[in-house]
Design a protein around this ligand. Structure first.
Ligand code: CA
Length: 222
């Protein structure tokens, strides 16, 4: 999946880039409206995240021009709280959604996923590493051509660590994310679950799910 981010505030642009790249998205950032418009016009993107106030061409005219050229790439506008009129105008011009600054990355990812699903953006919903694929919508898991069945907890654990390849997760983090907060951190429930997932995904050599001694687990990063 390829996403174009047209945003002149460098901090926001890099925050968005980082968050999306962690989801396996290829991100192109443009810091001004003219370059952004040119990219949007000439290159294929699955989603455009578009700021309104930009140096050069502003966000609304970028959107307007794209739609006039029958370019139907999904657009999520980034708006400030005060830009109520712009929001309405943007939606009238054919924006697919908007998000108000400041926002949480999770919120933006959820909007992007919703749009990707609507547009049949399959790629965003599939996590892949080596020949292991996890479809987050149908929840189908495969290793090569072999189908794998995981329980909901196992699935949730795998998805959680697989979303951030190379990042080390502590047992407590995994416990909190997969089981909620009320579990005794002394329990070995995480280790037991990891063992089961490894077995089911044919990861007996711990290549995909690596143990980081004394800390926790890390999912394989290419
Ligand atoms: Ca701006």
């Amino acid at each position: 999946m390829r996403i174009l981010v047209i945003e002149d505030e460098k901090k926001i642009a890099s925050f968005v880039r980082k968050g999306l790249e962690e989801q396996g998205v290829t991100v192109t950032v443009s810091n001004n409206g003219d370059d952004g418009y040119l990219l949007a016009k000439t290159q294929p993107f699955d989603v455009i995240i578009l700021d309104i106030m930009l140096p050069g061409r502003d966000g609304l005219s970028i959107l307007k021009n794209l739609r006039e050229q029958k370019n139907i790439v999904p657009v999520i506008m980034l708006t400030a709280r005060s830009e109520m009129n712009e929001k309405v105008e943007g939606l009238n011009l054919g924006a697919d959604d908007y998000i108000t600054k400041p926002f949480y990355m999770e919120e933006l990812i959820a909007r992007v996923q919703a749009i990707a699903r609507r547009g049949g953006g399959e790629k965003f919903n599939i996590l892949q590493a080596s020949d292991l694929t996890v479809n987050l919508v149908s929840r189908d898991i495969k290793r090569g051509t072999r189908k794998i069945e995981l329980t909901p907890r196992e699935f949730s654990l795998l998805e959680y660590i697989m979303r951030s390849p190379g990042r080390v997760f502590t047992r407590t983090q995994i416990l909190e994310h997969v089981w909620g907060y009320d579990f005794d951190p002394q329990t070995n429930i995480v280790d037991v679950c990891v063992q089961r997932v490894r077995k089911k995904i044919f990861d007996e050599d711990n290549k995909l799910i690596e143990t980081v001694r004394g800390v926790g687990y890390r999912f394989y990063k290419k």
